[in-house]
Each structure stands twice: as C-alpha cells, then as structure tokens.
Design a binder for this molecule. Structure first.
Ligand SMILES: Cc1cc2nc3c(=O)[nH]c(=O)nc-3n(C[C@H](O)[C@H](O)[C@H](O)COP(=O)(O)O)c2cc1C
Length: 167
C-alpha cells in the first residue's frame, strides 16, 4: 500500500461517518518528532473559498503542542483499527511510544506524518485557530456538560492542501 494523490472532491467520504463513527487521527510533526491523537469531532467543508478541515483539540492534549508548533497537521482516515485508535485516544504521547505500542508505522506525505494503516490522509495547512468560549454558547447546558473542567477546545481550521488515498 502506498499513498497516492487524489482530488479531494473525488474522495468518497461521508464526514459524519468517517469522523463521528470511524474516528480519525490528528497528527503533526514538531522538531522531527511526531505525535497523534484520536478525534471523533471535526468538520469538513469550504471556507474562505478553500476546501477545509476543522478539528477541535483540548488544551491538555500533547498533540496540541505539535499542531501549534507546525504549519501543518494531517487528518488520517481508517477502516477498522478500532482498538488501536482507542489506545491512541486514551494514552498520551507524553508518557511513551503509543504509536509503536499499537504497531502503527509512520509514513510521510508532503513531509507530513500519517500512517501506513490509514485509508486516506488530508494534509492541512493551518489557516485559523480560536478558543471555544463559554459565553458564546446559546445553550449553556452544552458548556456545562462538555466542559465541567473549563478545558475548552481550541478549534483549528486547516486548508486541505493535499488529499491522498492509500492504494
Ligand atoms: C473516540 C475518541 C475521540 C476523541 N476525540 C477527541 C477530540 O475530538 N478532541 C480532543 O481534544 N480529544 C479527543 N479525544 C481524546 C484524545 O484522543 C486523547 O486525550 C489522547 O490520549 C491525547 O493524546 P496526546 O496527549 O498524545 O495528544 C478522543 C478520544 C477518543 C477515544
């Protein structure tokens, strides 16, 4: 299997299913080191005339340091690997080599990290980030239930600069 460039408009991806049900990995490289985390919240669409992905990362995630320290992040899609994605979404790269532990192999696409086990990868260049704010919720019950520790997500909107299919 190898990643081959495709037109993002041609990829047969349902974002509700891919992100919400299958889960994705958000990955970035900083100072030559790679970290990744599982995400089941996110969006794919169009903004400012660009194809874009939005991801939401809580401040305590180690991956946030990598996304903040890089011009790019990647979103890798999977078919299966539920258990592995569960581990990558429970353990922190801060505490050890969780990528090696689940047996995933890092590959690079356009110099950015993804995994041999993925089906598609979207290479995203950061365009915008912002912190979710408590006083902007129309329904305060969401803020209360999702953020009891006030650890509001940072949202990152990335322009999809490359889409690749693992064939
Ligand atoms: C199914 C699933 C979905 C998740 N979605 C998100 C998410 O969208 N945003 C987030 O900040 N954390 C999310 N997490 C939690 C992180 O993946 C988890 O805290 C991870 O261990 C962080 O690793 P890191 O410290 O190496 O970055 C999710 C976890 C799981 C299992």
């Amino acid at each position: 299997m190898a990643y081959q460039k495709v037109d993002v408009k041609e990829i047969p991806v349902n974002p509700f299913r891919e992100i919400g049900e299958h889960w994705v990995l958000i990955s970035a490289k900083k100072d030559g080191k790679v970290n990744t985390m599982t995400a089941s919240w996110g969006a794919m669409g169009v903004i400012w005339g660009k194809n874009a992905v939005t991801v939401y990362i809580r401040p305590q995630r180690y991956t946030k340091q990598f996304v903040d320290g890089s011009e790019y992040f990647t979103v890798t899609l999977f078919n299966g690997y539920r258990q592995e994605l569960g581990v990558l979404g429970t353990k922190s790269g801060r505490d050890g080599d969780k990528i090696g532990e689940v047996g995933f192999q890092i590959e690079e696409v356009e110099g950015q990290p993804t995994f041999r086990q993925g089906t598609y990868v979207l290479v995203c260049r950061k365009m915008y980030s912002d912190l979710i704010k408590e006083d902007r919720f129309y329904d305060g019950r969401i803020a209360e239930s999702v953020y009891p520790g006030k650890d509001f997500h940072e949202m990152y909107i990335g322009e999809i600069v490359g889409a690749y299919r693992n064939v």
